[in-house]
Ligand binder design. Structure first.
Ligand SMILES: *[C@@H]1O[C@H](CO)[C@@H](O)[C@H](O)[C@H]1NC(C)=O
Ligand SMILES: *[C@@H]1O[C@H](CO)[C@@H](O)[C@H](O)[C@H]1NC(C)=O
Length: 207
């Protein structure tokens, strides 16, 4: 009797753990160099749906607007009325070289949809995009990614990298990757990504 109760109890615990602990897909990468405050990763090909947002300099507003369009795409606003899995991270690329502020918000397409995803409804204005294998310098930071803290994190990564990059190496795009739903208040993970593929930093060769 006691044994049976224990087994039932174990099953119940397992059910809750397994159903809430669903694995969230993220892009695959290999770490090829580690420093105390950043690392270099080599990513394989990655497929994204992306939403360009123009006309606001605010990282937070752009991310919200872009994500809203992507959210509709992954919840059925596509040629197949497909619903997609939640993946992470959601990324926001800040294109610093443009005269007008531009941000590109991206949703990572999970494995089954990485090759021929259904077409987005045209009014969403989101695009399918495929990255070739590339090398990223990555710095982690906790909390919420906000207009008033991301520049500090970007600058910190730039300065850590400066001794590795060639003199005058121009980096004009910075990406902020956010891994957790906004409902999570603690234990949040964000990253700054800088594409260093062009600089063959530390022997990072595209695959
Ligand atoms: C469309 O949906 C069907 C049924 O869910 C699925 O089998 C098919 O692969 C989907 N097509 C695309 C292009 O995603
Ligand atoms: C936030 O996301 C990271 C990366 O997926 C994960 O390791 C961490 O557990 C998440 N934090 C919370 C509170 O869920």
């Amino acid at each position: 009797m006691k044994g049976k109760l224990l087994i039932n109890f174990a099953l119940i615990i397992c059910f809750f753990c397994c159903s809430s602990g669903r694995v969230i897909e993220s892009p695959h990468y290999k770490v090829i160099h580690v420093e105390s405050d950043f690392e270099i990763r080599q990513y394989k090909q990655v497929s994204w749906m992306s939403a360009l947002v123009q006309g606001t300099a605010s990282f937070e507003k752009s991310t919200q607007q872009g994500f809203h369009r992507l959210y509709q795409y992954i919840h059925g606003a596509n040629s197949n009325s497909s619903h997609f899995l939640i993946t992470s991270p959601v990324t926001t690329t800040i294109m610093a070289s443009k005269r007008q502020p531009e941000h590109l918000i991206r949703y990572y397409l999970p494995n089954g949809n990485a090759e021929n995803p259904p077409l987005p409804d045209s009014e969403l204005n989101v695009q399918f995009e495929k990255w070739r294998s590339n090398c990223l310098a990555v710095r982690r930071f906790p909390g919420f990614a906000k207009d008033d803290n991301i520049n500090k994190e970007i600058d910190a990564l730039k300065s850590s990298l400066s001794k590795y990059l060639p003199e005058g190496a121009a980096i004009s795009e910075y990406t902020i990757a956010q891994y957790n739903s906004s409902r999570r208040l603690l234990g949040r993970l964000n990253e700054v990504w800088l594409d260093v593929s062009g600089f063959t930093a530390e022997g990072c060769q595209p695959l």
